[in-house]
Structures are given as C-alpha cells and as structure tokens.
Ligand binder design. Structure first.
Ligand code: NI
Length: 253
C-alpha cells in the first residue's frame, strides 16, 4: 500500500534533531508522497528547502491566521516569489481561527483574502485552516472564488461546513482527530464523496489513537486510512488508493 500524507509539518522544530531519519522512515513505511505545509514566512521557506532536497516531499507557503504578526506587504511579496518554486503545490495554510484569536477577525479575513488572490495569480489551490469560523470561511470562499479550489485541512466535523465545502468543489482532509475516543466522525465521513477525500497527519500534532501523546509523523497516516475504511465499510487498500489519487489530482503532481 502507498499513502499520501496531504498535510505535515516537517518544518517544525520538533524534527530538528532527527528530520532526515524520520523522512527515510516514512518513505520506507509506504508514505511515498507528503506535503510539508508552511504557516509563516520562515517556515514556508524551510518547507520549500526540505521539499527541494527530497523528491517525495512537496511544500506549501502561506501565513496562517495564528501567525498574523508575520504579515507585512514585504513578507507577502517574498511569499509570492517563494510560491513560484516548482515544489510549491499550494498556498497555505491560510484561513480563519476564532478559537485562538477572537480579537483580530477583520484582519484575519483581509489576510485570508489577499492570499486567495495570490493563489489565483499563481494558479495554485489553497490549504484552508478554519476553526470556530465556519460561516465566515464559507462566505469568503463564495465571494472570492479560488480558481484551483483547495482543501479543508483537518476538517472540523461540522456538517454545514462539509456540505458547503464539497458544493464549492473543495477536498476534505481528515486527520488523527477522527480516531479520538470522544470523536463522532461517522456523519462527517459519510458526507464526503470518495473522490473528494484526503488523509493527513498534521504531524507533529494530532497523533492518532493508539499513539496519542507521542510526537506524530506520517507513518501514522495508515491509522486514519483504517478508521475511514472501517466507517465506510470498504477495504483500507481502496481508501489508501483513492486518497492517494485525489491528492495527486488536487496538487497536480
Ligand atoms: Ni497544519
């Protein structure tokens, strides 16, 4: 079985000691493609650097709603130059987070919109981070359509968001949170058509059961594939194959 981890952060400090070892391990485990996702300028730069030195790793660049202090006209210009690198497959993660940041909602929206426009100029999809901001996220996507669409990363298990997201042509990516004991992912997963489904680890965060509490990495994406297979009543090989193919399609790899 081959897996595509559509969202990982190998640019995180937690891999500084053993990044090369982990990347070899994940490839050997069958994760033959993974996207290293940026969230501010420096981490986007590092994502591109990692992607450039590993054939099977791709990168995204963008400023996340939790890294707003990184936003400036100058950084946005630098980001757009970075986005032209051929290993950059999307702009992200970008979006809205009213869970961690309630006080700067208008600024978050403005920066999200500016980066959607950048994605459209660069003809790339976007990777969306959205938390406690469902309606505003959907409204922005309707008002500022993304030419190449994109992905709801670590998609909240919110029926309205998934319904609208799918209708808008976006992909839905599930992470380790669907394996957590208190999660109720049945409905959400049933809502996503197979051809829009993606899997991700969001490592080093969101380590799936039964490894919760430990540092996450892409070898654990198979637990998410397994959980979805179980809920959809399908063989895990089929979920692995479908999510792999979907990721290649949206990232144009
Ligand atoms: Ni992330």
């Amino acid at each position: 079985m081959e897996f595509f981890d559509s969202h990982a952060h190998y640019n995180d400090e937690r891999y500084d000691e053993d990044r090369e070892i982990i990347l070899r391990e994940i490839y050997a485990s069958g994760v033959t493609n993974a996207v290293c996702v940026g969230y501010n300028f420096k981490k986007s730069e590092l994502a591109v650097k990692i992607a450039q030195s590993h054939d099977f790793i791709y990168a995204t660049c963008g400023i996340s709603p939790n890294d707003i202090e990184d936003f400036s006209e100058e950084n946005l210009k630098k980001m757009e130059r970075l986005a032209q690198n051929k290993k950059v497959v999307a702009i992200g993660e970008i979006g809205l987070d009213y869970y961690w940041n309630k006080d700067n909602q208008n600024l978050q929206k403005e920066i999200f919109i500016q980066q959607i426009q950048m994605a459209n100029r660069q003809n790339k999809p976007i990777v969306i981070h959205t938390r406690d901001a469902v309606m505003d996220t959907i409204e922005i996507l309707k008002t500022y359509p993304v030419t190449k669409k994109g992905i709801f990363h670590c998609c909240p298990l919110n029926p309205e968001l998934i319904k609208e997201g799918v209708k808008l042509g976006f992909y839905i990516s599930f992470s380790g949170n669907i394996t957590f004991k208190n999660a109720k992912p049945e409905k959400a997963i049933a809502q996503v058509p197979l051809e829009r489904l993606l899997v991700e680890t969001d490592c080093p965060y969101l380590t799936p059961e039964p490894f919760r509490g430990k540092r996450n990495d892409s070898t654990k994406v198979k637990w998410i594939v397994e959980k979805i297979a179980q809920l959809k009543g399908m063989p895990k090989e089929e979920i692995a194959r479908v999510t792999y193919r979907n990721a290649k399609r949206i990232f144009e790899i």
